[in-house]
Design a protein around this ligand. Structure first.
Ligand code: SF4
Ligand code: SF4
Length: 384
C-alpha cells in the first residue's frame, strides 16, 4: 500500500450542521476567511474539519481518469474529446465550464530532477541487482539490462518478459540532439476552493456559497449568468457554459446544453461529501496524485513530501497555494509542483481580487461624507 493509505477509506467524517446567523462586519464583508476557518466564518455552527485536495504532481501519469470521473459523476458535457490540440497530447486545453478537472501536459527540454534519463524511472535498484550499473543500463538496451538482471540471484523475482515492444533511449538515435533532455510535467488542475474566494465575494445573487466543509459551490438554479465571478477568480477557474439554452416554456427542436449560460466549476463533489464519499476524481486517480482529506493533515503531508523530494535532489519541488499567509489565504486545493508555477500556467502570486474592496469602500464612504458636508455648507450658506 502507498504511504498515503487507501483512498477507498478516506471518509469525510463530517457531521451535518446548519448555517447560523453569523454576521460579518464591514472589514470582513468581502473576505470569506476567518480565524476558525472559512466555514465557521460563513456562519456554520460547529462545522466538520475543512476538506480539500493535495495534488502531488510528481506522481501524476497524465491518464486523465480524474477528468473522466468528474464528467461521469457530475454529468458535465463533453468538450473536445476527439480533438488533440496540437501543442501536446491534450484534448481539453484548460479548466472551464465543462472541464472541472484538467490535466496539464507540459513538455520541457529539461532532464527530470537529478535523474539521468526518464528511462530509469520505475526500475528499482532491487530489480536491477547489484551487478547491473545504471551506466550499463542507460548505454545499452534497457530491456537487455533488465533481462540480464533477471539472472539467478539478481533479485529479479516477479519480472516476466511480456513480449512488449522494445524501444531505445532518445540518445540512441544519431540525430537525437536536445531530445535527450526532455521531461513531461503533468498536473491535474482544479478549483482551489480558496479561503478568500473572489468568486464568492462578488456574486450578487448568493448562487455561490461556502459549504460546511469550507468548499465553494455554485447553485445552478440561483445563478443568473452575470459573470461577475468569472472576473473575480484570480486563477481563471470559473466560467459560464456555452451552448443553446433550454426554453423556459415548451420544447425546442434544437439540441440544448445543460446549464448553458450558468457559471460552472468543481463543487469538490459536495453531494458525495454529504454522503461521506471521497470526491469522484480522487477516487479514480490510480496513483494517488490527487489526495483528498482534512486540509490541515494534507498540509503536513505535503510539507513532508516536498522535503523528501528536495532531499532526493529535486530542488525545484515546491508547494503552490497552500500558504495561509498567501494572497488567497491558503487554498483548500493546493499542489506540489516540480517547477515554477508559471511553467504550469498558474499565476505565480495569486491575490484575491476583492482584497482592496474594504479599503475602497471606506474611501468611497469618506468621499460621500465629504460631498454631503460640502452640499450642506453650500445649502446653509445660500440661505443666509
Ligand atoms: S479558484 Fe476561483 S472559482 Fe475556485 S474558489 Fe477560488 S476564486 Fe472561486
Ligand atoms: S471534486 Fe468532484 S466536481 Fe471537483 S473536480 Fe473532482 S470530481 Fe469534479
Amino acid at each position: 500500500m502507498s504511504p498515503y493509505g487507501d483512498p477507498a477509506h478516506q471518509g469525510t467524517g463530517h457531521s451535518h450542521a446548519d448555517p447560523g446567523d453569523g454576521h460579518l462586519g464591514l472589514d470582513q464583508a468581502f473576505t470569506s476567511a476567518g480565524p476558525s476557518g472559512p466555514a465557521a466564518h460563513a456562519g456554520w455552527e460547529a462545522p466538520p474539519p475543512r476538506k480539500g485536495f493535495f495534488t502531488d504532481t510528481s506522481i501524476c501519469i497524465g491518464c486523465k481518469a480524474c477528468e473522466v470521473a468528474c464528467k461521469e459523476w457530475n454529468g458535465v458535457p463533453q468538450d473536445g474529446i476527439y480533438e488533440l490540440l496540437g501543442s501536446s497530447y491534450d484534448n481539453t486545453g484548460a479548466l472551464g465550464a465543462s472541464t472541472w478537472r484538467h490535466v496539464e501536459f507540459i513538455e520541457q527540454r529539461k532532464p527530470l530532477g537529478n535523474q539521468d534519463n526518464g528511462i530509469t524511472i520505475g526500475v528499482p535498484e532491487t530489480v536491477l541487482g547489484p551487478d547491473v550499473s545504471l551506466k550499463e543500463m542507460v548505454e545499452g538496451n534497457p530491456l537487455d539490462a533488465l533481462r540480464l538482471a533477471q539472472g539467478p540471484g539478481q533479485g529479479a523475482q516477479g519480472m516476466v518478459d511480456l513480449g512488449m515492444p522494445a524501444f531505445d533511449l532518445p540518445s540512441a538515435s544519431p540525430d537525437a540532439g536536445e531530445r535527450t533532455d526532455f521531461r513531461w510535467l503533468m498536473a491535474s488542475n482544479v478549483c482551489k476552493h480558496c479561503t478568500n474566494a473572489g468568486c464568492l465575494d462578488v456574486c450578487p445573487t448568493g448562487a455561490l456559497f461556502r459549504t460546511e466543509f469550507g468548499t465553494v459551490v455554485v447553485q445552478d438554479d440561483i445563478c443568473n449568468g452575470c459573470g461577475y465571478c468569472v472576473a473575480g477568480c484570480p486563477f481563471g477557474v470559473i466560467d459560464r457554459r456555452i451552448g443553446e439554452k433550454a426554453p423556459l416554456f415548451g420544447h425546442s427542436d434544437k439540441p440544448t446544453t445543460k446549464n448553458a449560460g450558468i457559471a460552472q466549476k468543481c463543487t469538490l463533489c459536495y453531494d458525495r461529501l454529504l454522503d461521506d464519499q471521497v470526491p469522484a476524481c480522487a477516487k479514480a486517480c490510480p496513483t494517488q496524485s490527487i489526495q483528498f482529506g482534512d486540509v490541515d493533515e494534507l498540509r503536513e503531508r505535503a510539507e513532508k513530501r516536498v522535503a523528501d523530494l528536495q532531499a532526493a535532489g529535486v530542488m525545484n519541488a515546491q508547494l503552490y497555494a497552500e500558504d495561509p499567509e498567501g494572497g488567497v489565504g491558503g487554498a483548500g486545493a493546493f499542489f506540489l509542483l516540480l517547477d515554477e508555477p508559471e511553467v504550469y500556467g498558474f499565476p505565480p502570486d495569486p491575490i484575491v481580487t476583492t482584497a482592496d474592496l474594504p479599503r475602497m469602500w471606506k474611501h468611497a464612504g469618506l468621499a460621500a461624507l465629504g460631498l454631503l458636508a460640502a452640499a450642506a455648507v453650500a445649502f446653509t450658506g445660500a440661505r443666509r
